[in-house]
Structures are given as structure tokens and as C-alpha cells.
Design a protein. Structure first.
Lengths: 714, 305
């Protein structure tokens, strides 16, 4: 239906295009036809993760028409492919503008996934006999892939300047199959990978009006968004149970939700070359969920059959959850440039999320404790600060600032943070051929930790005394950056950049202790005599995370990491390291300037990850067969991408251009957590650990693409 | 909401008090020579101007309806009198000649009164001496007069972001299906990192509306900031995660039983003690509803349903 509306709009635009008088009009545009041949070995889904390169023809086209103050622009790219995009825009300069667009975007994950379930793509997955077959050659094959389609339309009216009025609408659909994982029984139990049906629709509308004329700018906008999912639940037969029903369990998928925002923005020019800016916004997100529309509905409340049928009887204080979260945001910013040599900024920001959702009390006799309720999470972030910049002699620009942030949150462990951030930057542009910059930023975060309430020495809440969750934990963080841009001669640029970040979670006992990263970037671009362009880049990144953890049996009283280690209660550490480097070189050779060009390009991207584990067992032995060295992982998300491109472009005339080329891309993935992938893995004692489908299991590929294109301009 | 209405009511009063304090504007077109005189010596530059938006007569207030070349470059009479001596009596948009502030001021004299540039003064770009002509060219027929397409244009300066875009897990930026300006307000705004929203989550939910909730069982770290677990531009780890599972989850979770257990090479598919907490997608093998769940019972609470 939407596509038809879009086509009608295109046709009506073309009719007006054809009816235009021959006088005073300008018609221009271009049409490109491209043919591609693809040869690929390996995972096509990863190769075409966000693309649609395949055998056949595609094309791009653009038509522009102008007459007096009126104009129309119609553009299409990747015609006929899953990445196709069409845009129609037009209007009358100084009066109004309109635009419509249609865009497709695939997101491919894994092709040829396998499952014993039937009904893939729907909301009911089942299998005929229990237990399911473990012979994967008998399983059904399907693709994990999503496709977004986005339809937009907009109208901007500015005839009554300085007043304006805008409205835009959009509809986005997202369809496909996505991998989810769930536990067969809980706690513990097998892992079951399920193909979840995705059928989402999101409708958005935004209406805004405003006034812009010096010294004042004002705007008020209202936006509304509605999200709908065709499948609220995914029902599946749980292979961890012996229940003979076709579907015995339910995985809860995202429910419908809605959101609106009212936003006022304003800016007023003040004396001393200053400006006061303000943004006030209020929004509300809502989602209602019928909690008993899932598997638990069929089970008598209070009946305990978890572990045998994979479901449990529970009672709820309310069978419907009404979710409602209100957000209010206030921003006030004063900028000032009273003298040429001085820039100033002062700001205050307040962002508050107030969770007004239902608190539902659950009674589950199989749980411990048997009665529990959802926590309503909300928070408030307040931030204020100043920044100053000085233009000093010798082309030096020195700037610095201070920001204080306060965060209050409805959370039991760390309900409050105080952040102090200082930054200082120096820029020197004293030479015509060089700009150098250095910068430093320090964050000091204080965290107000609240001791948990514990009922006994064996209460598992005891561990909370030692955990500092990294997102809210106290920290000292230092960031350094430096860069130099050279342009010593015409047509040569050379840049160097370096960044360092070091975070010390100083109060953390269990959790993330330290995070560190270093980045280098080098870029060069040189045009030699207007005949040859050379360019290249090199990027290097090193990142390291240090965690300190504690393994515990259940039940236990040995929560304190300072306790002497035992074979089952001990501390351990892991250091995760990522080394990432990428480089590329290329050349554009203008064999016949403006006529015949040869392009060559080579890129190589590589990542090496590792995890270094250490058991802190003291005099206790490591588990059988293990040493401190043979437990480490040396291939953690390792990959290499190699890319070559050779392309020739021949401009036959000013209007006709031909191109042909060859591209090669190779991607090799090597990861200890996926190597030796098994669809039905078993434990060391032979028990089934899960039923997997192959999602993301082997994304490596090698692809060759030959292409040619003809482009005609008019 | 009440606080919001009070503040909204106070602002017009503030505006009223400051009304009329409009800064003095500069301008004038005395000493102009006309486009044809400029073209006489600078035909190549004129030809690129002629195909640009600036040359369109249909656009009210365009240079074509003012003083042509001299609208931006200033009156040319003195320049002509000096036989076209470089830089004499004329404004040139060269990086070695005029400073960023002066160049942007030229553009803002016409474009300043537009909603897109209302908050330019707050922009990090302005403070960093990025001028309009760093990204736009006055003479061209490209869309929005941009010097290059995104992300290449932005990556010229944001090289560390370019490095992230090349990583295996990324948004479709390098594929050309997501522009930098889809998320960032390059001309200045109120959001952190110049994003087009007041918080990171508000921005992410614009495309990932299914994660918006509100959910009965929430994951506080998720609700507060998507960037606690994800990175926006690219990662070596699936789903744009900041580190690999299970480590990323263990930055916060260490309780008895499996969240506290050390999982090593021995717990992978090829190890002697495979564990479904380690191999493949690790924690996500079971806890898929990591962004929130409406599943009743303890299973909803633990985000496995």
C-alpha cells in the first residue's frame, strides 16, 4: 500500500515535470547502469551484512528539474537491490519544500542456520517427538536476516519568514528472523537457540513551528512514535521438558509501546557578542503488557512443576503491567565572545527520568524468596560547568573547562555519583603548513556506596558488599590526545594522531579494576602534478581490561575476597586484550586527465584478542589438567579483512562515462568461543548442554566481484 | 511537568527584558564591480560558481540576487584597481589567509537566520575553529555544497572514528546506509557529543524502538545509558559490545553459581569441559532479553524469557 502511494507521488511529480513549459526550465540528471558478477566462498550473510552485491544489474538515476523558483529532484540508488533508496524532493525556493523517500536496508546475520523446530518464521515452534533429533542433517534450514523498510515524507513551509512550519512522518517496518537464546530450565539447564520472528512497525510523526530572526530564535515541536510488534510472544516446545504438548513454553518478545516528546528550543543574542540558548523537553514512554498471555496462563497458580515441565505456577498482584516513564530535560547554555581573544561558555543541564510504571508483586513458591517485585528504575543527571578559550599571541589557542555532574538513581548499590571533570586543550597554528593540538581531560567520579542488608552469613547478598558495578563505580579517568596536521606543500596533507585513555576503578574490589587504551592514526594524501594521487592510512589501537572476580559455591559463607582460598571459594583474574590495526593504500592515476583514470586500492584490517586468566588458589591445586598457562584464550574475536580494488574509468564524452573493475575481499574469523562449533554440544559427562542453530558460527568468506558500469549525464 | 511549565513561562519574560538588544550588523555593497568583471579574470572559478546553489536566481537572497561574487568576497573595485593583486581588498576563503571566525561570519551573514544554524555558537566545531568552508564549498554543484560525501568528509578530521567504522561490528556507516548526521547535529545542539537528542538512549530508541520499553523487569545499566555496554561507531566484538562476553557482563555481575565461575579455554566447544555459559554467545545463550523483559516469574526477572 505504501509503495503504491509512493509510486503515485512519483507519477504525479513526473506529470508536472512533463507539463512544464519548455522555456526557462533546466533539466539535468544522470543515469548509471551497473552490472556485477559475484563469486563467493563462505558466509554470504557476513559479506552482504548491510549490502546486496550479487549477479545481475542495478542502477542509479537522478533527474533534476528547475523552473524559476520551483524545483524537483528525483533520485534512485541501488535500483532493484535490497539496499535500494528513492528520494523525491522539491518545492519553491523561499516558500516551501517537500520530500518523500523510501529506503531498504538488510541486516544479514547467518545463512543456512539449522533447527529441529518446525514453524520457523512464525510465533509457534514445535517438533513432533521428544527428545528432538540430534542428527542435524534432518534439521530444517533457514536464514537469520532482517530487512528494514523506511518510508518518509516531509513538508517545510517558510513562506512567512521569519516564521516556519515543518511536519514529517515516517513508517519503518522491520521483518525477518533473529536468533534468541533461552534457558530450558532455570536456574541452570540447557541453552536453547530459537529463531524469533521479527515483524515490527514503527510510525513517527513530528510537527514543529518556529521563528528565526536575529536576535531571536524560537521553536516548538511535538513528536510521537508508536511501535507495534505482530508477535508479543514466541511459543515453543521446550526440549528440556517431557511435556507432550505442541508448545510448552514461551519467550516474551518486545511489546507495543508509544512515546511522545514536546520540545521547546530558543536562542537570544545578547550584548557583548553573547547568546543565551535554552532547550526544555518533556516526554513520556508507555507500554502495557498482559503478563498472563504467555505459558504461565495454562498452569494453576501455586503449582510447582519447574524443572519437569519447564513452567511454573505463579500469582501476580496485577495481571497487566502498565509501563510509564516520564522524562524531563532542561538545558541552559550561555555562550560569549566579548573580545576577539576570548570565548566563554557556561551551562546547566538537568535530565530526569521518572519511572511511574506498575510495581508488580510476584508470588512463586519455587523461588527464593517466594515473593518478589520489580524495581522501578529512574534517575536524575544534573550537570553544570564553564569553559573558556583564549586566543594568545603566536597563534596559540588555549582552552579549558570545568564540569560538575551529579547523578541520583533509584538503585540499591550506588544511588549517587559526583563527577568532577577538568579539561585543557592547546592548539598552535603558528606556521602556515602545520596545526598542532594537545589535550587533556580528567574525570574524578565519587560513588556513594550503600551496604546491602544481609540476613545471615550465608545470605548471597553478602557478595554485594564487595561488588562495584563499573557503570557507576568510583573512578579516576585520564585522557590525553595529540595531533599534528602538516600541509607543507600544495596538494600534500599528512596527519598524525594519538589518544590515550586510562581508567582506574579505584574503590572496586570485585569487578572491573582498570581499563586502558591507546590509539594511533596516520593519514597521508598527495597529488603529484595533477597526474597521480597517492593516499594511505594506518590505524592502531590497543585496549586492555583487568577484572578481579571471586568464584563461590552455593551456599557459602566465604564471600569476603580477603578470605583464604579454598578449592571452591577463591579469587581469580582475567585480563582481556584487544590489538587492532588497519592500513590502506591507494592511488588514482589520471592517465589521460579528465579522460582515463586508473584507481588501485588495498586495505587490511586485523584484530587480535586474548584473555589471560589466573586462578588465585594459593596452595590449593588447580582443577585437573589445568595450569595457569593452558587456560588462557589466545583467539578472542580475531579477524582479518583483506581488500583489493582495481578500477578504470573512461570518460567517452562529457556526457558518457564507462567504468570497469575487480574487487576482492577476504574475511577470516577465528574465535575460541566459536571454533569447533557444535549444534548439540555435550558436557564432559555426555549430557546435552544445548540445542544451537549455528547463529554467527562461521562468518568467514572470500569473494571476488567483477563489475562494469555506464553512466550518462544530461 | 509542573517544573517544566514554570520554566517555559519564565523564558518569554526573559526574552522580553532582553528584547531590542540586537547587535549592530555590518554590511554594504559599495565599490562592487559586478560578476562579469570577476569572470573576466577568474572564469574557472566563475564556472564552478555558475553550477552551484549560490548562482540560482530562484532562491531569494542568494548571491545571484545580490552582488554575485562580491556578496561573499567583498567589493572588488580596490582589487581591480590594484590589477588583481592577490588578497588586496578582497576576501578569500583560503585556510592560510582568513581565520575560521571571519570565514564563518561571511556565511552566517546569510545563513545565520536559519533554524539549522541557530545553535552554531554552542557547536564544538566552532570552538575548534572549524569554519563552514572546511566542509562546504562555495563553488560546486554537489548536494548541500558538500566537499565530499559522508562519512569520508567527517573522517578527514575524525580519524579515530574512521578506525572504528572499519571494525567487524559496526553500524552501516561505511556502506553508506547511515550518515553521521543521522545521529549528530554537526551545526551544534544541546545533546552530549553533539547528538540529536538529550540523552544517548533517546537517540538510540529512534531506530531501536523495540528496546524502548518500559519493561517490567529492567536492566538499570541499559536504561541509564546504552553506551555502558555498547560503542556507537565500531567494535571488534559482536553487537558493538565494548568487550567480549562473558567479560562484559562480569564488569557488574559476580554472584554465587555461574556468574562467579571462572570460564576459560577449557569451557569452550573444543575444551574438555564445555559450558553453555562460555561457548558461542556465552551469557546470551540464555539471557537474551538483556534489554528488559515482561516475562512473568523469576525467568523474566533473570531476563531469560
Amino acid at each position: 500500500m505504501k509503495a503504491k502511494v509512493f509510486i503515485l507521488l512519483l507519477i504525479s511529480s513526473l506529470i508536472s515535470f512533463l507539463n512544464a513549459s519548455a522555456e526557462e526550465k533546466t533539466i539535468s540528471g544522470d543515469v548509471t547502469v551497473t552490472g556485477q558478477h559475484l563469486n563467493i566462498n563462505g558466509e554470504k550473510a557476513k559479506f552482504n551484512e548491510y549490502r546486496d552485491i550479487r549477479d545481475g544489474f542495478t542502477g542509479d538515476a537522478e533527474f533534476q528539474y528547475e523552473k524559476d523558483k520551483y524545483y524537483i529532484d528525483l533520485k534512485g540508488t541501488d535500483v532493484g537491490r535490497k539496499t535500494q533508496n528513492y528520494e523525491l524532493s522539491g518545492g519553491k525556493w523561499g516558500s516551501f519544500k517537500y520530500d518523500f523517500s523510501y529506503d531498504q536496508l538488510p541486516h544479514n546475520f547467518t545463512y543456512g542456520a539449522k533447527t529441529f523446530y518446525t514453524g520457523v518464521g512464525g510465533a509457534n515452534l514445535t517438533y513432533p517427538t521428544h527428545p528432538p533429533s540430534t542428527d542435524i542433517s534432518t534439521w530444517n534450514t533457514f536464514d537469520y536476516s532482517l530487512e528494514r523498510r523506511n518510508y518518509t515524507g516531509g513538508f517545510k513551509f517558510d513562506l512567512l519568514k521569519p516564521f516556519y512550519f515543518d511536519v514529517s512522518i515516517s513508517k519503518e517496518t522491520k521483518k525477518g528472523i533473529y536468533p534468541i537464546g533461552t534457558a530450558g530450565t532455570s536456574p541452570g539447564g540447557i541453552a536453547i537457540e530459537l529463531p524469533a520472528p521479527i515483524d515490527f512497525v514503527t510510525d513517527n510523526i513530528k510537527i514543529g513551528a518556529g521563528y528565526v530572526k536575529n536576535p531571536l530564535s524560537l521553536s516548538l515541536s511535538y513528536s510521537y512514535s508508536k511501535f507495534e510488534s505482530d508477535n508479543g510472544n514466541l511459543n515453543f516446545r521446550n526440549p528440556a521438558t517431557t511435556d507432550t504438548a505442541a508448545t510448552t513454553d514461551t519467550f516474551v518478545l518486545p511489546k507495543d509501546n508509544s512515546y511522545y516528546q514536546l520540545d521547546f528550543k530558543g536562542a537570544l543574542k545578547l550584548p557583548l557578542n553573547s547568546k543565551f540558548n535554552v532547550d526544555l523537553a518533556s516526554s513520556r514512554a508507555k507500554a502495557d503488557a498482559h503478563l498472563f498471555d504467555s505459558y504461565v496462563a495454562a498452569v494453576t497458580a501455586g503449582t510447582s512443576n519447574i524443572g519437569t515441565q519447564g513452567r511454573t505456577g505463579i500469582t501476580l498482584s496485577d495481571n497487566v503491567f502498565n509501563g510509564k516513564v516520564d522524562t524531563q530535560s532542561y538545558n541552559f547554555v550561555l555562550t560569549s565572545n566579548p573580545f576577539y581573544f576570548l570565548d566563554g561558555k557556561a551551562f546547566y543541564k538537568d535530565y530526569k527520568k521518572d519511572n511511574k510504571s506498575d510495581k508488580i508483586t510476584t508470588t512463586d513458591t519455587t523461588a527464593l524468596p517466594a515473593t518478589f517485585a520489580n524495581d522501578l528504575f529512574g534517575y536524575q543527571k544534573e550537570k553544570y560547568g564553564v569553559g573558556l578559550g583564549f586566543r594568545l599571541p603566536a597563534s596559540v589557542y588555549l582552552s579549558g573547562g570545568y564540569t560538575h555532574g551529579k547523578i541520583k538513581r533509584d538503585r540499591e548499590d550506588i544511588p549517587k555519583n559526583d563527577d568532577d571533570i577538568i579539561n585543557i586543550d592547546l592548539r598552535w597554528s603558528g606556521l602556515d603548513f602545520m596545526v598542532a593540538k594537545v589535550g587533556y581531560e580528567r574525570l574524578q567520579r565519587k560513588a556513594e556506596f550503600e551496604e546491602p542488608t544481609v540476613t545471615s552469613a550465608s545470605d548471597s547478598a553478602n557478595i554485594e558488599r564487595f561488588i562495584r558495578r563499573f557503570d557507576v563505580a568510583a573512578r579516576d579517568q585520564d585522557k590525553y590526545k595529540a595531533s599534528i596536521d602538516f600541509f607543507p606543500i600544495e596538494n600534500l596533507t599528512f596527519s598524525l594522531g594519538y589518544r590515550h585513555k586510562n581508567t582506574d576503578y579505584k574503590d572496586t574490589i570485585l569487578g572491573l579494576h582498570k581499563a586502558k587504551s591507546d590509539e594511533f592514526n596516520i593519514d597521508a594524501d598527495y597529488l603529484i602534478g595533477k597526474r597521480v594521487r597517492l593516499f594511505g592510512y594506518f590505524d592502531y589501537e590497543y585496549a586492555k581490561l583487568d577484572q578481579f572476580q571471586r568464584q563461590l559455591p552455593s551456599p557459602t559463607t566465604l564471600y569476603d575476597p580477603a578470605s583464604p582460598p579454598t578449592p571452591t571459594a577463591f579469587n581469580w583474574t582475567v585480563t582481556e586484550t584487544d590489538k587492532n590495526y588497519a592500513y590502506g593504500v591507494g592511488t588514482d592515476i589520471y592517465i589521460l586527465p579528465n579522460k582515463f583514470t586508473l584507481k588501485l586500492q588495498y586495505s587490511y584490517w586485523k584484530s587480535d584478542g586474548s584473555a589471560d586468566y589466573t586462578y588465585l588458589l594459593g596452595s590449593n591445586p588447580l582443577p585437573s589438567g589445568r595450569t595457569q598457562d593452558n587456560i588462557d584464550i589466545s583467539t578472542l574475536d580475531n579477524y582479518k579483512t583483506t581488500y583489493y580494488l582495481a578500477k578504470v574509468i573512461y570518460n567517452v564524452t562529457n556526457y558518457l562515462s564507462l567504468a570497469a573493475g575487480y574487487a576482492y575481499e577476504k574475511y577470516v574469523f577465528d574465535d575460541a568461543q566459536y571454533n569447533g562449533y557444535n549444534y548439540v554440544p555435550t558436557s564432559s559427562t555426555g549430557s546435552t548442554l544445548g540445542y544451537l542453530t549455528g547463529a554467527y558460527s562461521n562468518p568467514s568468506y572470500r569473494a571476488n566481484v567483477v563489475f562494469f558500469s555506464a553512466a550518462y549525464k544530461f | 511537568m509542573k517544573k517544566f511549565i514554570i520554566v517555559l513561562s519564565i523564558f518569554p519574560i526573559f526574552l522580553f527584558l532582553w528584547g531590542g538588544l540586537r547587535p549592530k550588523e555590518v554590511g554594504g555593497s559599495d565599490g562592487t564591480v559586478g560578476v562579469e568583471v570577476c569572470k573576466g579574470c577568474h572564469e574557472d572559478r566563475y564556472n564552478t560558481y555558475a553550477i552551484s546553489t549560490h548562482s540560482k536566481k530562484g532562491i531569494p537572497n542568494s548571491p545571484a540576487n545580490k552582488d554575485g561574487c562580491e556578496t561573499c568576497h567583498g567589493p572588488g573595485a580596490a582589487h581591480v584597481e590594484k590589477s588583481g593583486e592577490r588578497g588586496v581588498g578582497i576576501f578569500i576563503f583560503g585556510k592560510k589567509i582568513a581565520d575560521a571566525k571571519s570565514k564563518s561570519a561571511k556565511c552566517l551573514s546569510c545563513h545565520g537566520e536559519t533554524k539549522d544554524l541557530s545553535f552554531w555558537d554552542m557547536s564544538k566545531h566552532k570552538v575548534s575553529d572549524v569554519s563552514c568552508d572546511n566542509c562546504h564549498t562555495v563553488h560546486s554543484g554537489t548536494r548541500k555544497n558538500l566537499k565530499a560525501t559522508q562519512p569520508d568528509l567527517c573522517n578527514i578530521c575524525h580519524r579515530s572514528i574512521r578506525a572504528q567504522q572499519n571494525k567487524t561490528s559496526h553500524h552501516p556507516i561505511r556502506e553508506g546506509k547511515l550518515k553521521c548526521t543521522a545521529c549528530h547535529d554537526h551545526h551544534g545542539g544541546f545533546g552530549p557529543k553533539m547528538i540529536k537528542a538529550n540523552s544517548t538512549n533517546d537517540l538510540c530508541y529512534q531506530c531501536h524502538a523495540e528496546k524502548r520499553g518500559p519493561y517490567m523487569w529492567e536492566h538499570p545499566a541499559v536504561e541509564e545509558n546504552c553506551l555502558n555496554c555498547h560503542t556507537a561507531h565500531g567494535s571488534n566484538h559482536a553487537k558493538l559490545l565494548i568487550s567480549r562476553m562473558p567479560q562484559v557482563c562480569r564488569n557488574c555481575h559476580d554472584v554465587s553459581r555461574h556468574p562467579s565461575t571462572i570460564y576459560t579455554r577449557f569451557e569452550t566447544f573444543q575444551g574438555s569441559s564445555p559450558s553453555n555459559r562460555m561457548f558461542g554467545r556465552s551469557c546470551m545463550n540464555c539471557h537474551s532479553n538483556i534489554h528488559g523483559s515482561n516475562g512473568p516469574s523469576l525467568r523474566g526477572k533473570t531476563l531469560v524469557r
